[in-house]
Design a protein around this ligand. Sequence first.
Ligand code: NAP
Length: 285
Amino acid sequence: MMFTGRTQNLGVMGWPVAHSLSPVLQQAAIAAAGLDYAYIALPVRPEDLHAAVTGLRALQFRGWNVTIPHKQAIMAELDAIDAAAQAIGAVNTVVNDQGRLVGYNTDYVGCIMGLTAQGFSVQGKKAVLLGGGGAARAIIWGLLEQGAASVVVGARNAAKIAPLAVDFGRFGHIETMDWQSEAFQRALGQADLLINATPLGMAPHIDAMPPVDWANVQAEAFVYDIIYTPEETMFLRTAREHAHRTLNGEAMLAGQGAAAFHYWTGIEPDLSVMQRALHAALTKK
Ligand code: NAP
């Protein structure tokens, strides 16, 4: 790729960041669109966040992605935060509009894009989420914004996820519960959509999965795991063996990148190019 004096700079800020697949995703989209942009990894230690943002402002970066551990801390460094990112409580995309830094969250967009691409509409559906951490917050927002009838979040520690009902209650119907409880089993039995938002089953601990009584899940329920390594977690494999439609986390990762690309460039990227680049990088890993 040839850079010029006019090349606009983008990147992904994280610590560590060497494992990030965002450079692969974004460079594929930039090349396919024939744009004069560069996208690089930006390793930023937690204690250097403010200095890094000051530096990127000074260098007139057009924008950047934000990943672990900066997704919450970055919010204090920005001039404005869009409503979705505010509700979710995390920013994964920063846009520099002539010196004004605006924060967005595109993880929820990626989550919904993955489902939409499978022909699954969230509107009016009952969703059950396993796990209530950072990724779950983006998913909950996406589901409620898309008009899900209800979202039930189950986790091993009900007290820890109780704030989710407070934070998101004004956007729709949400309940939190212990995933071992009878109430959760009832919710599971009514679910149209079941999502794993825990790291259970992620490599290298591929033999783990959240506790689900599959006999209790409706045959038509769509099963989604946001993990993408391995390609098929034990959770998804079990769902497939029970004849459920399934989806892994690759589409969510590609989708969040596509939405960020659109914020920076104003151009709709070729999602299939991004997905292919991502899949190739994951297969090589
Ligand atoms: P997180 O904030 O740490 O939350 C993880 C959730 O899973 C919490 O509710 C946690 O419960 C629960 N959990 C963790 N370990 C557990 C265990 N051993 N047993 C039972 N519950 C457990 O993590 P996150 O950022 O939400 O990420 C969750 C997963 O999503 C990760 O695998 C990540 O790679 C994936 N992800 C994928 C994408 C994508 O684009 N595809 C995007 C973001 C995240 P406790 O609070 O009780 O520990």
